[in-house]
Design a protein around this ligand. Structure first.
Ligand code: SAH
Length: 349
């Protein structure tokens, strides 16, 4: 056990606030026992705020066309091996109906940055979903757009927006992206989304190439300061057709510690236990929950297209992470005393 790390975890648990240098102390000094301690505090805080309820979000990966070229991502535009697809509005509505029947009350529309989906087309999709199932929450994850576009999508009925900041360290951002993709623009987009009244999610990969403990400390300080309603974080996993093919995957343990620290910093945050975590460890999803996560995002995309939305290698895509598996998922969760709920699972702040 490390005294400093333990004291800082306690201070975070009691005050939900630390300075960036203290986050760094935890990241550099916490041993296995301290990480276990952080997880148990975070798990207790999850239960205090949400009981044993786990919220579900149905994920529809509706296009894998992308104009961006993120060095880590399997659907980057330079990857010529990808079979590209787009779902039609009717296919998206079919996913909605299927997800709704399975008890999902949030639809997450995620895609590459695909110019085909103009504001007009996207707004039509959003308002069609809303008129088909008015009690469903819509989360968009479409990357960087203009403020006006975000405004129109909100007016059309979108409730939430996920835009991982990817890293809060500008030099690190430049190592992960080509120079035409700007850190300042990504951060600006997050500010706009907040200003426009979306429930906003930011987040990052754990163990992405060039990431240091300082980067993670600055991510935590950013999250503390920005106060997003949701945080998406999972391990980096290499994809064979990217420049990072030979890089090692992120650590499961560090990912779990980061989930715990985010929970301790923002006690009521909506925090998914991600598919990337489940991909790296057979018990990954449950371990994420036991480290403070309270959301799972089953895949609602058409089964025959799922293999084409491969952001990283060996992505889990059948079984519990698929919408067909909600009953199985509930059973798995029952082994740790949790259960899925039929609920929009809106932000508490
Ligand atoms: N185009 C949208 C959605 C991106 S995909 C956007 O720009 O927000 C969703 C997330 O998957 C990304 O934000 C990234 O953090 C994660 N991701 C991409 N490639 C990954 C990889 N190789 N390993 C783990 N996560 C990855």
């Amino acid at each position: 056990m490390n005294e400093t790390a333990r004291q800082l975890i306690d201070a975070l648990k009691d005050g939900n606030h630390l300075q960036e240098k203290d986050f760094l102390q935890i990241m550099t000094h916490a041993g296995a026992e301290d990480a276990e301690y952080a997880k148990s505090c975070a798990n207790a805080l999850r239960i205090a705020n949400f009981g044993q309820a786990i919220f579900l979000r149905g994920l529809v990966e509706f296009t894998n066309y992308c104009k961006n070229d993120c060095l880590y991502c399997g659907i980057r535009r330079s990857n010529k091996d990808v079979v590209r697809y787009r779902l039609t509005k009717e296919q998206i509505l079919d996913c909605l109906v299927q997800g709704y029947a399975a008890g999902l009350r949030t639809l997450v529309l995620q895609g590459g940055e695909d110019a085909f989906f103009t504001d007009e087309r996207m707004c039509d999709i959003v308002s069609s979903v809303k008129s088909r199932r008015p009690d469903i929450a819509i989360t968009l994850s479409l990357g960087e757009r203009s403020k006006e576009s975000y405004r129109r999508l909100k007016e059309a009925g979108a409730d939430r927006y996920l835009l991982r900041h990817e890293t809060a360290t500008e030099w690190h951002y430049a190592k992960l992206h080509p120079s035409f993709q700007k850190f300042s623009n990504r951060m600006q987009c997050l500010e706009w989304l907040k200003e426009l009244g979306y429930q906003v999610g930011c987040g990052m990969m754990i163990g992405s190439p060039f990431q240091t403990a300082e980067c993670l400390a600055s991510d935590l300080a950013f999250i503390q300061d920005f106060r997003p309603q949701m945080v998406g974080l999972g391990p980096f996993i290499p994809h064979q057709a990217t420049p990072f093919a030979k890089e090692p995957a992120g650590s499961v343990e560090t990912t779990l510690l980061m989930l715990s620290l985010v929970r301790l910093t923002l006690p009521k945050v909506l925090l998914p236990s991600t598919t990337a975590l489940a991909t790296l460890h057979p018990q990954g999803r449950l371990r994420g929950i036991l480290a403070g996560a309270n959301v799972i995002m089953p895949n609602l995309s058409p089964v025959d297209l799922r293999d084409n939305y491969t952001l990283y290698d060996h992505k889990a895509n059948t079984g519990l992470e698929a919408v067909e598996g909600v009953a199985m998922l509930d059973k798995e969760l029952s082994t740790i005393g949790c259960h899925v709920v039929v609920d929009r699972g809106d932000a508490l702040y």
